[in-house]
Ligand binder design. Sequence first.
Ligand code: MG
Ligand code: MG
Length: 248
Amino acid sequence: MIIIKNSEQLALMKKAGKITAEALLVARDCIRPGVSTKFIDRKMQTFIEKCGAEPSFLGYGGFPGCACISVNSTVIHGIPSDRVILREGDIVKVDVGARFRGYNGDSARTFPVGKVSDEALKLISVTEKSFEEAMRFARAGYRVGDIGAAVENFVISNGFSVVRDYVGHGVGAELHEEPEIPNFGRAGHGARLYAGMTVAIEPMVNVGQPGVKVLGDGWSVVTADGGLSAHYENSVAITDSDPIMLTE
Ligand code: MG
Ligand code: MG
């Protein structure tokens, strides 16, 4: 079931989204060579709780962190760890949600650690721009397939591939609501978008092949070919005109 939010619910989504966005700024400010992903996670959790919110991911399906922190070939769902230390040249994806009075934000960014390769910089840039491409179709009247086709066409025209096994989604009182929003698809197909829907649009882009696999920890999703991957996500409210960015 697709849930349309009323103005009071949208106000709470904006608040949750703002805390989520600010938690990503906290992460950005900690990222440097020598820092563990658990250190970043703790800083974010402290911030979210100080805002009177709760980390949406902590305990979700049993996830053991506040944020998913995924380095290099790990696409998503990396578990924060004292043993994972960031090094110069890494790229790190931080994906986090904050729940405020029952409503969730969900957002992700990919950050460079120190100086990174030109290819890594291009990957980060193309991933973000593929999200911007999707925003042209994130308004009432378009369909989920319009968003997916926009992301996929932009990514492929830049020589990269999109992950097909994990997708964007509705977001609200539940972290994951209907509809699913793949980063691929056929324009003009799929669920229709209506004003009042709130959705998390989240391109996951690989330098190499689109295939992924889950590691033995049961969470970390890595590229099957070991290539770099980037992720960019915002929660967005659909309107009859431009979408409202909830997590920027
Ligand atoms: Mg997310
Ligand atoms: Mg999401």
